[in-house]
Design a protein around this ligand. Sequence first.
Ligand code: FAD
Length: 477
Amino acid sequence: RPTIVWFRQDLRLQDNPALAAAVARSGAVVPVFILDDAAEGRWPLGGAARWWLHHSLAALDESLRERGSRLVLARGESGTVLRELIKTTGADAVYWSRRYEPAVIARDKDLKTGLGVEAKSFNAALLFEPHTVQTKAGGPFQVFTPFWKHCLSLKVEEPVRLSLRTLPAPETWPRSLVLPELALLPKIAWDAGFTKVWEPGEAGAQKRLKQFIASAMEDYGEQRNRPDVDGTSALSPYLHFGDLGPRQVWAAVKASAKGSGIFPPSRGAQVFLSEVGWREFAHHLLFHFPHTPEAPLRTEFGAFPWRTDSKQLRAWQKGQTGYPIVDAGMRQLWMTGWMHNRVRMIVASFLVKHLRISWQAGADWFWDTLVDADLASNTLGWQWTAGCGADAAPYFRIFNPMLQGAKFDPDGAYVRRWVPELAKLPAEFIHCPWEAPLHALAAAGVVLGRDYPQPIVDHGAARAAALDALKSLKQTS
Ligand code: FAD
């Protein structure tokens, strides 16, 4: 009898244990994707992620069709859709890959016992699943270094191979929506820039992985903080949607050692894998502290005197703060659905410290605009920046956007690219245009306040106010 393979965030054929196990049962395989926004709790997919999902589903369907199969698309409550599919296909098993968001875990638990057929889940998304890793005392880790050290003492599984050229199809295919009926693409065409940068899907992921390993991995340790160069892998959306699995990343890095037996093959590779480790850590924290997408892990931060200022929040979202490195990041995000990690830290710090607007407001905006929006990594990133998470940067450490810009974008190439109105400013003023003499601004064709905003807050005053706010928090707690 057929097996339903319920695709979720594992949109690939290779290294997909649920699919491999279904094939091994030797009956027909019915691949299905269900769009079920209500099951995501407070976190239904944001706009940019929906764009990614659309294209990734198209790629998956194409790969399945090359193997004589197809992707059945449905929309609605997952349990209801699955029960209906079990009835129409006569399937006696449903297989899927595990997810770790609290609302999804609760829903999946119900389905495990509630479908009336064999329901089995597999690990496709992580190297070390949260329930398999614990401290000596038996609890969850809250500091990255010991977490990762412990993980590195464990075995990483090899990717699961799918060697069949044809997937066994059911006699008749159940009814399916066509992809446009899922309405995943944005109504306002803000995705033109995405198409230029991304190739969602399994093939695009493999290309990017190979390219990164061949050209950037060795220097990753030195280059990873430079937004002006292609120094990182840009694999995050692929890893989020499972176009690529971390076991595949691990195996590819290992294979790049080419029989030297040295693993990791370079310092760059070691640092890169430890960043993949941060993704593991983020999932570990989300699993063990499921309230953290909404509330700070360090509870005293619940009383932080955040400001509500819709005008300044809007300026931040639109890349109009008057701080070039912040604006470049926010515009890169808007145009491409992605932002370099260093700049994510800078813009997030600016929001929660210079503007004292809550990290949740920032996390919400990222959620809607990132193609790699991921509940675990986004929560960790924001709580790290706001100083209220596990192993976080302390709140009193306030990034200076001018110094950050000068250090990590020394010639201003990143700012010039995303804030073209400043493109002609000399490097010495590119991160602080308000300090440029009038003749330099005139030569660059910039009038501050007309072509590019004056800073919306003064750095020194904002810094002092942030430290005062922290002091007031300490006094109340
Ligand atoms: P690389 O440097 O090539 O790293 C390889 C992989 O490791 C990444 O693809 C990613 O999966 C993982 N990784 C790297 N750094 C981190 C990190 N700090 N935390 C968790 N995983 C990491 N990442 C997301 O995937 N989704 C998010 O929603 C997200 N939100 C963030 C919000 C804030 C405020 C901050 C500071 C960081 C956030 N990150 C998020 C983490 C990080 O910025 C991105 O994973 C990284 O920039 C992706 O680029 P890359 O693939 O080139 O990374």
